[in-house]
Structures are given as C-alpha cells and as structure tokens.
Design a protein around this ligand. Structure first.
Ligand code: NAD
Length: 250
C-alpha cells in the first residue's frame, strides 16, 4: 500500500540515525513520497537522504534561523514545484530543574522546538494555501501534557505545550484552505535525544510509569505521522495524538 504516492514531504531534524525524523522519512519513502531531510549538518542530511534512495534530498537548515529556513524551502520549491507535507520534528531537550534554567537554556529550547515550528510552517503555508491542500505534523511531547516527568525540564514542557497551542491555532486558521495541522505527543521513545543521559534507575522509573511496560520505538511514532500526513486522516485536524504506551491516559 502506498499512502503517499506522488507526494513531496519535508521533515526537519531527520538526520539523526535512530531518531523519529529519519524513521518517519523511511516510512514516507516506502509509501511513495519523495522526501527532503533537513538538519543542521548538511553531510549528515545528505547521507540520510541517500539511504532512502536517489530521488530524496538532504539539505542543511537551522530551523531557528529564518534566512536558513527560507533558503532551504526556496530550494525545494524550485526543485519540486510543490510541498505536500511538512513534519516539524527538529527538537532539543535539557534535563534541568526550574531554578537552573538560564536565559540561554530558555532560548535554545524554545527556539528549536517552537520558533522552528513557526518558521518552517510559515515557509510552506503560502504554497499549501495556493494548492488548497497540505498537511503539517508537529512533534510535541507527553511532557507538554503532564508537565515533564520523563527527561526534559520545565522549559521543554513549555516549548512543547507552545507547539500544541500553535498547532491548534494553525489548524483553525488553515482549515478553510484544506490544510490540516496536527500534533503527535510521543511518550518515552529510545532515541539519541536521551542516549547515554539516562541512569539505570531513571530508566526503571520511566518504564514503571508506562502501562505497556516498555519504551516506544521510532517506527511506532512514524506510523502515527504517516496516518496524519496521508488522506486516511482526512477529517482530523487540530488534534494531539498520543503515542505513549498508556503513560498518559486522559
Ligand atoms: P534526536 O536528538 O535523535 O533528533 C533531533 C534532530 O534535530 C537531530 O538530528 C538534530 O541535529 C536536529 N536539530 C537540532 N536542532 C536543530 C535546528 N536548530 N535545526 C534543524 N535541526 C535541528 O531526537 P528524537 O528523539 O528523534 O526527537 C525528535 C522530536 O521528537 C523532537 O522534537 C523531540 O523533542 C520529540 N520527542 C522525542 C521523544 C523521545 O522520547 N525521543 C519524546 C517526545 C518528543
């Protein structure tokens, strides 16, 4: 089954080898999409795209920098003539307590997760509006909904809650143009975002709080992204979809 035949998809932060973005890129490519992987490091982005096959593209893009975002999306529009799907996946986290959050911590975490989602969305919206069709999928987190408690600090919870607000407001504003916007709230997924930073004790505590008793896999998040990026979710917009093994049931 090819749910994304002939579609052009951009995924930010998708060069990370065990990450949610690359798993999503692989699944989209398997479903017929042509994919652009955007990430900070151009060589890593190209390498990741090459793994998907020769039609796919890897580009350098710092989602916090409007000029960098514009350059990457302009290049893709010039090449493809259209963008059907945007996955705002680039994100960073920091395990800080409230009183340890300094100005730079705040800026770094808010900028990549929230400002980056705004800038990349603004880069595709005029095109999607012009086509009267488009899908935007934003990576939020269970941390936004339950106030952290896994790894990220309060500034990460705030940034990801901001992503939920932005998702819902964009969904409302863009619905008349047939552009759907949804968020995914992953629970604990084993990727490099926490690799080497969790103690055995932290891991045991996290697993004890998950009814399914295990971390999720990147592919399990990718499956949800495929649903939201394809037409089988055609009446879903403004939603936050949980992929968390039951760690937050609400
Ligand atoms: P990851 O660290 O493996 O990958 C994140 C990628 O984002 C990296 O390739 C990194 O280079 C890129 N990136 C960082 N700053 C960037 C910038 N300014 N511009 C462009 N790219 C940038 O992380 P992951 O676990 O795959 O996480 C993907 C997304 O899912 C993030 O938004 C994260 O907050 C979210 N998330 C992850 C989990 C989890 O448990 N892994 C849970 C909930 C939400």
């Amino acid at each position: 089954t090819a749910l994304l035949d002939g579609k052009y998809a951009v995924i930010t932060g998708a060069a990370s080898k065990r990450g949610l973005g690359l798993a999503t890129a692989r699944l989209f490519a398997q479903h017929g999409a042509t994919v652009a992987i955007l990430d900070l490091d151009e060589a890593a982005a190209r390498e990741a795209a090459a793994e998907l096959g020769e039609s796919h593209v890897g580009l350098a893009c710092d989602v916090t920098d409007q000029d960098s975002v514009k350059a990457a999306f302009d290049a893709l529009i010039a090449r493809w003539g259209r963008i059907d799907i945007l996955v705002n996946n680039a994100g960073i986290t920091q395990p800080l307590k409230i009183m340890d959050i300094g100005p730079k911590n705040y800026e770094d975490v808010l900028d990549v997760n929230l400002r980056g989602t705004l800038y990349c969305s603004q880069a595709v919206i005029p095109h999607m509006r012009g086509m009267k069709s488009g899908k935007i999928v934003n990576m939020s987190s269970v941390s936004a909904q339950r106030g952290g408690g896994i790894f990220g600090g309060p500034h990460y919870s705030a940034a990801k809650a901001g992503v939920l607000g932005l998702t819902k407001a964009m969904a409302r504003e863009l619905a008349p143009d047939n552009v759907r916007v949804n968020a995914i709230c992953p629970g604990f997924i084993a990727t490099d975002i926490t690799a080497g930073k969790l103690t055995d004790e932290m891991r045991a505590t996290i697993n004890a709080g998950i009814p399914m008793g295990r971390p999720g896999t990147a592919d399990e998040v990718a499956g949800c992204a495929l649903f939201l990026a394809s037409d089988i979710s055609s009446y879903v917009t403004g939603s936050e979809v949980d992929v968390n093994g039951g760690s937050l049931i609400h």
